[in-house]
Design a protein around this ligand. Structure first.
Ligand SMILES: Nc1nc2c(ncn2[C@@H]2O[C@H](COP(=O)(O)OP(=O)(O)OP(=O)(O)O)[C@@H](O)[C@H]2O)c(=O)[nH]1
Length: 606
């Protein structure tokens, strides 16, 4: 491989061959500071004061190398770099990240995982790491909110080089502890990590950069790591043919006044021009259409003004752009978009089709219906459900429609008469359908919460089912006639008893163990608890009972142990019942068994 400087000298970016900006996405748990970090980077870039400090794209902000270097001070010297800067995706959160998909993986070239130093790893931190692992995306951890460490004295610039050492011992100790906990958590997830100033190999080690998105401390270090990582390890991937046919990913599908349905796109290769024929992944397959307008946000445009966009003739990767074209209503967020230029339309359509097919969702004959806002989030949902062993019948991008309700209602099991909607709306006529059907809809915009809600519903159902099983089961009951509590010997016999186990129910058969088998004594014809008639009574209580039977008087005496509903065959089951530890599936088998024998066994009388 040729050395970097020689390479730069020999082939400065030519008209058709250039290095593009690496695309950076910000991920992390809710409230850990993703938005604040992005705002701070954008804000301090702008406050560097020069025109062209940043360029606002659709869905992204481009920070040129000059500005990065001004912000990072001595940490980023422009002469050491030939990448043109960094393109930050504006929407934070891994939901948007998973939208960013290019062939075979994630579109974002680098990710920043924001972790609140005080809060540490949280469910969405782990979710983010899972996505990054799966897509093989390099990342850096921003250990955020160091300014909240008790005793910390905010200082300008880097918390690491210089000012860190001057902090009070207690602040330093506390921060160290928190940072090493983050490093430990990363290592639990299979990453080798180190605080950034010790990292020797960014490909092997995850750099953890302590910073404050609020005060800006440490942001120079973060930028230095991002630039260093990209320059050192990603340069080759950044080489593109800018006049080649554009390739990108749809971030969002949006209705715009005057333009109809438009797509917000992140372009990572080639260029798009006005009047280009494009192929876009749609809900019903590839859409072939022609670019009507390429739109960029108008700087300082007021939200209500008509002219929110400027038209441009061409955009080159990497860039965020809004494309207006006919027939984009069914375009899917997360789907690929390709320009047809030097290849045939058919070839490009095939390309888009095969890229769509890469997003695999294993479906089963019986399972839940999944709807998500983007292909990426659909994929992430499918992965999360697979891990939770929840089968999927159908998975699609789009709002919940009447057809989804119809499909879900065909499921045999109640737990599959379910629609799981991730970041989607419900179409009005689907709401009507939902009201009149048995289908349950769960919606959320955090994947793990959505899966948890569904799992809770399943658990609740299982508990309820178990209760019905318990109700159906014949619960043998053991009870003892108390001393001096034989009030009457016959017609019927009336005795005071203590219920020792199970539930004593009225109108059940009463038996007594004699020899090695139960003998019928009679039938329980009344229970009185503190003078009140009751139909059943649980273990631990003392009650008076009446037993009807021709020979009952001769069969019972004080101190006797009696049973209700106890055929010989069930003696073993009784032991289990008493141990109170029958797993649900055994219980179910047991119910079947008992019910079957109940009908056949003459012991049960009528
Ligand atoms: N003290 C301090 N507060 C911070 C810092 N970064 C963020 N915050 C605060 O933490 C809260 C959450 O920050 P956000 O940037 O909204 O977090 P987020 O991760 O974007 O949250 P969501 O968009 O809701 O996922 C806000 O009140 C911020 O002001 C920091 O470095 N120091």
């Amino acid at each position: 491989m040729s050395d970097t400087d020689a390479d730069a000298d020999a082939s400065p970016a030519t008209e058709s061959n250039a290095l593009r900006t690496p695309i950076v996405a910000v991920l992390g748990h809710v409230d850990h500071g993703k938005t604040t970090l992005l705002d701070k980077i954008r804000g301090s870039a702008v406050s560097e004061g020069e025109a062209g400090a940043i360029t606002q794209h659709i869905g992204a902000t481009a920070v040129p190398l000059e500005t990065v270097s001004q912000m990072a001070g001595s940490l980023v010297k422009p002469e050491d770099f030939d990448l043109p800067g960094l393109l930050f995706i504006d929407t934070p959160g891994h939901h948007s990240f998973s939208t960013l998909r290019s062939r075979g993986g994630a579109l974002a070239d680098i990710a920043i995982v924001v972790v609140d130093v005080n809060d540490g790893f949280q469910p969405q931190t782990l979710e983010a790491l899972d996505i990054l692992k799966r897509t093989g995306t390099p990342f850096v951890v921003a250990a955020n909110k160091i300014d909240t460490t008790p005793g910390w004295n905010p200082q300008d610039g880097s918390p690491i080089q210089g000012s860190y050492d001057s902090q009070s011992d207690s602040a330093r100790g506390r921060l160290d502890e928190n940072l090493y906990e983050i490093i430990g958590n990363l290592s639990d997830e299979g990453f080798s990590a180190d605080l950034y100033w010790r990292v020797q190999n960014f490909q092997k080690n995850v750099g953890v950069v302590p910073l404050s998105a609020m005060t800006g401390e440490g942001i120079p270090d973060l930028l230095a790591v991002l630039m260093g990582l990209s320059q050192r390890y990603m340069k080759e991937e950044m080489e593109i043919d800018v006049s080649g046919p554009g390739a990108g990913t749809v971030l969002e599908v949006k209705e715009e006044r005057g333009f109809g349905a438009t797509v917000d796109v992140v372009l990572y290769d080639g260029s798009v021009r006005e009047d280009d024929v494009i192929v876009v992944g749609g809900v019903n397959g590839p859409i072939v259409t022609e670019v009507r307008a390429l739109l960029q946000p108008r700087p300082n445009a007021e939200i209500r003004t008509e002219k929110r966009f400027d038209k441009v003739e061409e955009v080159r990767a990497a860039a965020g752009i809004k494309i207006a074209a006919p027939d984009l209503d069914d375009a899917m967020a997360g789907a690929p978009i390709r320009v047809v230029r030097d290849r045939s339309e058919e070839e490009v359509i095939e390309d888009v089709t095969s890229e769509l097919a890469e997003i695999e969702v294993d479906t089963a004959d019986e399972g839940v219906v999944v709807k998500a806002d983007t292909l990426g989030s659909l994929e992430a949902m499918a992965n999360a459900l697979k891990e939770a062993e929840v089968p999927i019948l159908r998975a699609e991008v789009g709002d919940v429609a009447p057809r989804d309700v119809a499909v879900a209602s065909t499921a045999r099991e109640m737990e599959n008469k379910v629609i799981l909607g991730f970041s989607v709306d419900v179409l009005p006529n689907a709401e009507d359908e939902l009201e009149t059907s048995e289908v349950r809809l769960f919606r959320d915009d955090v994947i793990y919460q959505l899966v948890e809600e569904y799992e809770e519903f399943i658990d609740e159902r299982q508990r309820a089912q178990q209760e019905t099983v318990m109700d159906k089961i014949i619960r043998p009951c053991r009870f003892r006639i108390l001393e001096d509590h034989v009030f009457r010997q016959s017609g019927p016999a009336v005795v005071g008893v203590e219920v020792m186990s199970g539930t004593l129910k009225n109108n059940t058969n009463v038996a007594k163990w004699e020899g090695n088998k139960p003998t019928r004594v009679g039938q329980l014809s009344g229970i009185q608890e503190q003078g009140e008639d009751v139909s059943e009574v649980r273990a631990g209580n003392r009650v008076s009972i009446a037993i009807d039977g021709p020979t009952v008087g001769r069969q019972i005496e004080e101190g006797d142990e009696l049973w209700t509903e106890l055929p010989e065959k069930h003696a073993k089951i009784l032991e289990q019942e008493l141990s109170d530890e029958i797993p649900a599936d055994e219980l179910e088998a047991l119910t079947g068994y008992l019910n079957k024998h109940r009908r056949r066994d003459p012991f049960w009388g009528k």
